[in-house]
Design a protein. Sequence first.
Length: 109
Amino acid sequence: MSPWGYALWGAFGGLSIEGIEFYGVIRRTGRWPWNIKGEPRPLPLLVSVAIRVGVGFGLALAAAQTGQVSGPLGAIAVGVAAPLLIEQMAKQVPIDEQTSIEPRGKDAI
């Protein structure tokens, strides 16, 4: 399979999680999510889904390019786990004091 095939499977993984969450809200409340107080309106909801699908697509593509997945199921798993993978990768980035966003000045401790 081409790397783009893996990427599409990864996007499907991200979309499947969004679909399960959407289903859960409808099942629990009997209403569309955007009709529930405190939940996002349709456009922000759509944007968040597009981001999730895009991240799953990109991570599955990267995993395929580096030989980290060997089939569609692995690519789907990457898409499903995309937010967790990104979170774990971000924890590996060292933060030094010069890149800190803490205020510097006479009031800084």
